[in-house]
Design a protein around this ligand. Structure first.
Ligand SMILES: NC(=O)C1=CN([C@@H]2O[C@H](COP(=O)(O)OP(=O)(O)OC[C@H]3O[C@@H](n4cnc5c(N)ncnc54)[C@H](OP(=O)(O)O)[C@@H]3O)[C@@H](O)[C@H]2O)C=CC1
Ligand SMILES: Cc1cn([C@H]2C[C@H](O)[C@@H](COP(=O)(O)OP(=O)(O)O[C@H]3O[C@@H](C)C(=O)[C@@H](O)[C@H]3O)O2)c(=O)[nH]c1=O
Length: 260
């Protein structure tokens, strides 16, 4: 039996993994939400590790509000950089393999073609910078780790673009959606299955990975797909815009070349 700790268990990805647990009888899952394990608190982590021996830790805990991060960078860095370092340190000390999740927003978008794991990072917003610092800490502190970068996650859980658009359309609100950014929407369930496959297959191909669903979209084309799938396109007024106002800058092109 493999023992697997999942941090941030009540977030979008954490819940997607929880949904799948019945399909993995060979794994004993230990799901910890932010109240049960605060990754920014070393004592909280030490307490959880003192009572268990984990083969793997899937770090789903993160500060993910891209907009608000611009106004409270210290909070984003506390979780995404220091918190990640805390988890990495404890995993390394306990022989636990870390599967850490990162983002397409570590790139500036200037490349204009799919980013590989060898491409230079250059975040252009606070969230991306804090996630990159988390990656750097994992690499510095650990030998056996996976850093899985993904993009534009959506699912029935948590906050995501899919749910925002669906909720607005269901209320009959007119939509104005940017086509100024291109990326790959990725269903959290597919990412969860990929992560669990690394564990089940006992992969020793450690290091950096890119995982997406592999289909490029702008936010506008993704919104059109969402409306079509939910039979809302005819009923919804949708405007394509270039200048949807946001606090945070986002990469104009952040497609990740996915190996899977
Ligand atoms: N969402 C996306 O589009 C993408 C996400 N990612 C990455 O994937 C991972 C999972 O994201 P996702 O599930 O969507 O994010 P969510 O925001 O849905 O979930 C993150 C979870 O982390 C928890 N959390 C926040 N701070 C702490 C802390 N100090 N200690 C423990 N838990 C904490 C939150 O709990 P609470 O709500 O109680 O604060 C929340 O449940 C993250 O690393 C994210 O950066 C990468 C690319 C795209
Ligand atoms: C809701 C909405 C957003 N937008 C724009 C704003 C922004 O440029 C883009 C995406 O909006 P959101 O704020 O929903 O998505 P955002 O928070 O930028 O999503 C990101 O989250 C983090 C956690 C990641 O790691 C990224 O991969 C990515 O998924 O769409 C519109 O044009 N119209 C709208 O009605």
């Amino acid at each position: 039996m493999l023992s697997v700790l999942v941090t941030g268990a009540n977030g979008q990805l954490g819940k997607s993994i929880q949904e799948l647990q019945g399909d993995y009888p060979e794994i004993e899952f230990h799901f910890k939400n932010s109240g049960e394990l605060d990754i920014s608190n070393e004592n909280s982590i030490a307490e959880v590790f003192a009572n268990n021996k984990f083969d793997y830790c899937i770090n789903c805990a993160a500060y993910t509000n891209v907009e608000i991060a611009e106004r409270e960078p210290q909070k984003a860095f506390l979780v995404n950089s220091q918190g990640t370092a805390n988890i990495a340190r404890e995993c390394e000390a306990n022989g636990t393999i870390l599967i850490h999740i990162s983002t397409d927003y570590v790139f500036d978008g200037a490349k204009g073609e799919p980013y590989t794991i060898l491409d230079k990072t250059n975040p252009i917003n606070v969230y991306g910078a804090s996630k990159l610092e988390g990656e750097v800490k994992v690499r510095a502190l650990m030998k056996r780790f996976f850093i899985v970068r993904t993009s534009w996650l959506y699912s029935e859980f948590g906050n995501n673009f899919y749910k925002t658009i669906l909720a607005k359309a269901q209320k009959g609100e007119p939509l104005s959606i940017t086509d100024a950014q291109t990326g790959c929407p990725t269903h959290a369930d597919n990412l969860a299955k990929y992560i669990l496959s690394l564990i089940i297959l006992g992969s020793t191909d450690y290091g950096l990975k890119h995982f997406t669903d592999g289909v490029e979209h702008t936010w506008y084309s993704f919104a059109i797909d969402i409306l079509k799938k939910n039979s809302l396109l005819e009923k919804t007024e949708v405007q394509k815009v270039k200048n949807y106002r946001t606090f945070a800058r986002r990469p104009v092109y952040s497609v990740l070349e996915s190996e899977h």
